[in-house]
Design a protein around this ligand. Structure first.
Ligand code: IMP
Ligand code: MG
Length: 175
């Protein structure tokens, strides 16, 4: 653990597993007549995407996109830079973007537009966590659960690249 950081339990791995299973069930029903391209947003949604895909029982294709919000800055920047793009053709495809957390919605708005520019027929978003009061609340199709204040780590989510390997989710206590 990084020095002087305390982690407060937020969601156990059992709780995460049950949320992921429910999301998978809904997505399976909604995409029963389609072969969606499920696009995980790296790196934060890597573990979530891997688990979610195993709970979607319709045929699908899997791809990933990696974005950068920080650059050399300590705070997230208003611009979203794609550092690794998807490789599957997305023209006329139903795309499901998979995110770890939607906060102000800047990342997901940029990615939605990016997928539309690539010719996707539909773009929906599945996020494990949605910040309560987020301006993006009304535009996210699949939400695992809400989260109030605090910085979340674990299950793929990082603080300065650490903690991604924790199987559960934690809120990092302020110093
Ligand atoms: P938004 O663009 O403001 O919606 O922020 C979402 C992005 O910021 C996510 O893809 C995360 O990578 C990152 N982020 C926002 N809040 C947290 C957090 O509490 N823990 C870890 N990453 C976060
Ligand atoms: Mg992310």
């Amino acid at each position: 653990m990084l020095k002087d950081k305390r982690l407060i339990p937020f969601l156990s791995s059992q709780r995460i597993a049950s949320i992921v299973a429910q999301l998978g069930e809904r997505i399976t029903e909604d995409y029963a007549h389609s072969v969606p391209v499920v696009v995980g947003v790296l790196k934060g949604a890597l573990l979530f995407t891997a688990d979610l895909a195993r709970h979607i029982s319709t045929e699908l294709e899997l791809d990933f996109i990696q974005v950068e919000r920080y650059g050399r800055h300590p705070e997230p920047q208003p611009t979203v830079t794609i550092v690794h793009d998807t490789t599957l053709p997305l023209e006329d495809r139903d795309v499901l973007l998979v995110e770890d957390i939607v906060d102000r919605g800047i990342t997901i708005r940029a990615l939605r537009e990016h997928m539309e520019r690539k010719g996707a027929r539909s773009v929906k978003v599945c996020t494990l966590l949605l910040r309560r009061g987020s301006p993006a609340s009304d535009s996210i199709e699949y939400v695992g659960t809400g989260v109030d204040r605090g910085f979340v780590v674990g299950y793929g989510m990082d603080y300065r690249e650490r903690y991604r390997n924790l199987p559960a989710l934690y809120i990092m206590e302020e110093d």
